[in-house]
Design a protein around this ligand. Structure first.
Ligand SMILES: Nc1ncnc2c1ncn2[C@@H]1O[C@H](COP(=O)(O)OP(=O)(O)O)[C@@H](O)[C@H]1O
Ligand SMILES: [Mg+2]
Length: 254
């Protein structure tokens, strides 16, 4: 059998804001079932990288390939189809406040995937159950905790049958006691074989589950490798310095 290529490949992505180079020719490959964890100081370009991969921010240079095919983001239909395949989860949930949990999951199914109301409802209920929110389907975002809101946003992405999920600090807006419930949903997705790139400083989680940790600084990938290496015996001094801060007993938040 022919060797399968990466699901997602990013080549030479660069982005400048004004005079500031925020991404410097970032290249990376993600294989099916991989969990890649992005770490790096604030301002390193982690969010910009994820946003460029989803074309929420347009890169100045570089290409994105899904299943070996370059995404031509200027073609609206192609971009729309691609965004279903590459779901994005934000730090601040991005839910519609005027819709219930169910409504938030349903809307993509009816509007984007043109599903009939009944089928969309059935699927939305299933996805909410998958993230442990079956009983909260009728609640509005204001009636949900941060952890529950984030799980709704994960359910919404899952309803689109994504091939890859991009998660940008999905737990960093949450109180510590709510982080665990969201990480446990993400853990389940990992065990189901979902392909993901996550920017997070939940080092316990990353150390347990990541195939690879990618350390970024100043718009570039400094070093990448298996967690055991990156977190404890990285080659670059800067990686070691950063990791020693986030893995110290005081810096770590599991
Ligand atoms: N919309 C924007 N306009 C101007 N500068 C931006 C914008 N978004 C991000 N930046 C800048 O880009 C750099 C990288 O930001 P970001 O990707 O958010 O980093 P990280 O997610 O690693 O903290 C920062 O210096 C930030 O101020
Ligand atoms: Mg960020």
């Amino acid at each position: 059998m022919a060797e399968k290529g990466p699901v997602l490949r990013v080549e030479g992505l660069s982005k400048q804001y004004g005079t500031r180079q925020v991404l410097r020719s970032v290249t990376l490959s993600v294989n099916e079932g991989d969990l890649k964890v992005l770490i790096g100081p604030s301002g390193a370009g982690k969010s910009t990288l994820l946003q460029c991969i989803n074309f929420l921010v347009l890169p100045d240079k570089g290409q994105v390939f899904l299943d070996g095919r370059e995404i031509l983001h200027t073609r609206r239909r192609e971009l729309c189809a691609y965004r279903q395949k590459v779901g994005m989860i934000f730090q601040d949930f991005n839910l519609f406040d005027h819709l219930t949990a169910l409504g938030n999951v349903e809307i993509g199914l009816t509007r984007v995937r043109s599903m009939k109301k009944g089928a969309a409802r059935e699927r939305a209920v299933m996805e909410l159950e998958r993230v442990g929110l079956g009983e909260h389907a009728g609640k509005y975002p204001a009636q949900l905790s941060g952890g529950q809101k984030q799980r709704v946003s994960i359910a919404r992405a899952l309803a689109m049958d994504p091939k890859v999920m991009l998660l940008d600090e999905p737990t960093s807006a949450l109180d510590p006691e709510l982080i665990t419930e969201v990480l446990s949903v993400i853990r389940n997705l990992v065990s189901e074989g979902m392909t993901m790139i996550i920017a997070t400083h939940q080092i316990g989680f990353a150390g347990d589950l990541a195939n690879e940790i990618i350390f970024m600084e100043d718009g570039a990938i400094v070093e990448q490798g298996p967690p055991a290496k990156i977190l404890t015996r990285a080659d670059c001094e800067r990686t070691r310095e950063f990791c020693s801060k986030i893995t110290s007993p005081y810096g770590e938040s599991r």
